[in-house]
Design a protein around this ligand. Structure first.
Ligand code: A2P
Length: 277
């Protein structure tokens, strides 16, 4: 599949916003926009020098197109060492934010609130052997950050990123990401040794089909990986997807004996809601 990539020229001027910038926001310049399908796109913005976050966190994003702009939570897809900030977004028809956001171009201004937060962070899990990252659709975004963070590989022997999408073309962002990880000078060696990318598709033919919940309960996931079924001794989980996916995946992990944790009370799995409208 070919997709359209637009990259900033070094001299691209930032378009002047028509409305005042709220004081709790950074106004940043778009440096790259990549459309993968008619439902999914990635964009990157400049990073303010003072913006700090933990890999896996999310932040509120908006556009300077109104006196009171619409904001939505977006997982930060870039790692904490990156000099830009990356996001992976759905395009919702008539979505209050995404109907405008999907039209952004290099040089445009995006608003980002100053305070990131979230529970899909290494600190919210107690130590373990394997880390499972369960994602559907744009739910892969926080994991795009975490699999580019060396700390993830320091804490776990194996990192298993599962990504399930409706269509094959929707897997492209994750495929490119994992490939880039494995040849990256900073984390390439760890990723090549420890990172497993496990994909499935639900609405088109593909070598592996089915929801991740079904692949777990049937045991196919563990057979394919050559590992024991999920157990609280060895395994840790992070979940990101639609509300229905979060609830169902959480229930499966609980059946395997895992327990939900948080920043305040680390345990064996954590959950984040990732969808926007
Ligand atoms: P399906 O095609 O069977 O609905 P969405 O774009 O709706 O968020 O879906 C992304 C992927 O997540 C699709 O492959 C979809 O499968 C799957 N999915 C949707 N709901 C659930 C759920 N409750 N549990 C597990 N996977 C789900």
């Amino acid at each position: 599949m070919t997709h359209h990539v637009e990259v900033a020229a070094a001299t691209a001027p930032a378009a002047a916003p028509a409305f005042p910038i709220p004081s709790n926001c950074f106004a940043q310049t778009v440096t790259e926009v990549t459309h993968y399908t008619d439902r999914l796109f990635k964009f990157r913005i400049t990073r303010p020098a003072s913006f700090r976050f933990r890999s896996g966190e999310f932040v509120m994003i908006g556009l300077p197109n109104a006196e009171r702009p619409v904001f939505r939570a977006y997982s930060i897809a870039s790692p904490s060492w990156d000099e830009e900030v990356e996001f992976f977004s759905i395009k919702v028809p008539n979505g209050p934010l995404t109907e405008h956001l999907q039209k952004i171009k290099v040089g445009d201004t995006v608003l980002m609130r100053k305070k990131p937060t979230g529970t899909l962070v290494n600190d919210a899990l107690i130590p373990g052997k394997r880390l499972y990252m369960f994602s559907t659709g744009t739910g892969i975004a926080p994991f795009a950050s975490l699999i580019r963070d060396p700390e993830t590989y320091e804490k776990f022997e194996q990192v298993i990123l599962t990504h399930t999408c409706r269509e094959v073309a929707e897997l492209k962002y994750g495929e490119e990401l994992v490939e880039a990880c494995k040849s990256d000078p900073l984390i390439g060696e760890f990723a090549a040794e420890k990172l497993i990318h496990y994909t499935s598709v639900t609405r088109e033919p593909f070598p592996r089909t089915g929801r991740i919940t079904d692949l777990m309960t049937s045991g196919k996931l563990f057979e394919d990986l050559g590992v024991p079924p999920i157990n609280a001794e060895e395994d840790r989980g992070m979940i990101c997807g639609s509300m229905a996916m979060l609830n169902d995946t959480k229930a499966v992990l609980e059946q395997f004996g895992l327990e939900e944790g948080s920043n305040a009370r680390p345990a064996t799995f954590v959950v984040e809601r990732a969808f926007v409208d």
